[in-house]
Design a protein around this ligand. Structure first.
Ligand code: AMP
Ligand code: GLY
Length: 434
């Protein structure tokens, strides 16, 4: 069959790389299309210049190319209802409806759902004016967690240490800092603990575990400096033990899937749960309605099954008949190489020479690259995801950094400590064993 993948980042490069290996594409003439894609994705797919916001054009393309499966990578087209439009025209889509994508599109929606379904999460209040929000701070203790309700490209959360800082942040949010996304602000209780991400596929009825990961959101080493979309990640996250994973499925993911189905808006696609492992057990921080970026890159490096067949089964409501997903026992780790200036204004146009980076089995996923007169150049904030596997986080990191060092790209930087928490724990375990 023909498959269309929508998106243009490192997540979509990893998806394109693994989808291109699917049996779904093994027939004569079967083609993977990607829109708009990037130079890395172009190694595996035929690029086409579709805009995901132009639903009619996407439908026309799918009709013209007889697309058997559409995979929607990023959140914006999902929250915008592209999956609904395509399903309305009879296409198989991997990704939730507009109504179900509210899990990412509105933080208040998710908090209310958690409350209705008894899902463990931080206490909260939804506010729609500066006056109400400022008054509501009275009921919380510092640090104050303030979140713009809508999509804000990962930048809509402020953790304020003092009342003054919180009031200043609220003033900016209600003043239009995040546009419409900040017309409502959710104030939350601060949760202490270690963060972990868990991924599950669901067709609205069945839930299939898809692995765990931890990322590094801060730009600086030792998890310091401003937040980013993620500077690196590794999978699996051993802190999410099988016992805790069972608890997450039973107390968080399954009740979410059930509640949405009961309310007539079943969720179909991948549920990305951001979790806090607190002293009272795992609690939900937030949901995303897509794979994480760069978490997807490390999950795909470990996947041993046919992603195309799994996503098609999900789109066709057949997940109950899919066997548990097989993942390599190896660790996968990815290092994000970002353009100088990121997460502020990144330098664009810097030349990139990948050299022999992939010679030792590492994969370099393109996140923000372009071709300029035949040369590969940086075209975004996060530019490359240099990814490797190994029997431990330490070894996967060593291989990923060896590949990073083989790349000549003076306008890019990376953190040198991806995986540090787990590398430290491995050292303790090795010490105990030795
Ligand atoms: P979010 O975009 O909701 O994932 O929030 C971004 C980051 O803010 C999370 O990854 C956490 O590090 C932090 N965060 C969000 N909510 C809370 C909370 N209630 N308590 C503690 N930290 C939080
Ligand atoms: N890396 C975090 C995210 O994709 O939201």
């Amino acid at each position: 069959m023909n498959i269309l993948l929508l998106g243009s980042g490192g997540r979509e490069h990893a998806l394109a790389w693994i989808l291109a290996q699917s049996r779904l594409l093994s027939g004569e003439g079967d083609t993977l299309y990607a829109a708009p894609g990037n130079p890395g994705i172009a190694q595996h797919a035929v690029l086409t210049a579709l805009e995901a916001t132009d639903h009619e054009a996407v439908v026309r393309f799918c009709e013209g190319k007889r697309i058997g499966l559409v995979v929607i990578g990023p959140e914006a087209p999902l929250v915008d209802g592209l999956a609904d439009t395509l399903r309305g025209h009879g296409f198989n889509v991997f990704g939730p409806s507009q109504a179900a994508a509210q899990l990412e599109g509105s933080k208040g929606f998710t908090k209310d759902l958690c409350q209705r379904a008894g899902i463990p999460t931080a206490g909260y209040v939804r506010t729609t004016s500066l006056k109400a929000a400022t008054a509501a701070l009275e009921n919380f203790t510092p640090p104050y967690v303030l979140k713009a309700d809508g999509l804000a490209a990962g930048k809509g959360v402020v953790i304020a240490e003092s009342r003054e800082e919180a009031e200043a942040a609220l003033t900016e949010m209600f003043g239009g800092q995040f546009g419409d996304a900040g017309a409502e602000v959710v104030i939350e209780e601060f949760m202490e603990g270690e963060e972990v991400s868990f991924f599950a596929l669901t067709d609205g009825a069945s839930v299939l575990s898809f692995g765990s990961a931890q990322d590094h959101k801060r730009v600086g080493e030792g998890d310091t400096g401003p937040n980013t979309g993620g500077m690196g990640a590794y999978s699996p996250a051993r802190v999410l033990t099988p016992l805790l994973r069972g608890e997450v499925i039973e107390r968080i993911v399954a009740p979410t899937v059930r509640a949405l189905a009961d309310e007539g808006t079943p969720y179909s696609g991948v549920l990305f749960a951001g979790l806090m492992l607190t002293s009272e057990g795992p609690k939900l921080i937030e949901y995303n309605c897509r794979f994480g970026d760069p978490e997807c890159q490390v999950l795909m490096m470990r996947l041993e099954d046919d992603l195309g067949e799994i996503l098609l089964a999900c789109a066709e409501n057949r997940l109950s008949r899919v066997s548990p997903v097989r993942m390599s026992k190896d660790v996968a780790l990815t290092v994000v190489m970002a353009a100088n200036g990121y997460p502020g204004t990144p330098d664009k146009g810097g030349r990139i020479d990948l050299g022999q980076a992939e010679a030792q089995g590492a994969k370099v996923f393109h996140a923000g690259t372009a071709l300029a007169a035949g040369d590969l150049v940086a075209s975004g904030g996060r530019v490359l995801n240099v990814t490797a596997t190994g029997p431990s986080v330490g070894e996967a990191a060593a291989r990923a950094y060896a590949a990073v060092d083989a790349i000549d790209a003076p306008s890019l930087f990376c953190r040198r400590d991806i995986g540090w928490r787990e590398v430290g724990r491995e050292a303790v375990r090795d010490g105990e064993a030795g």
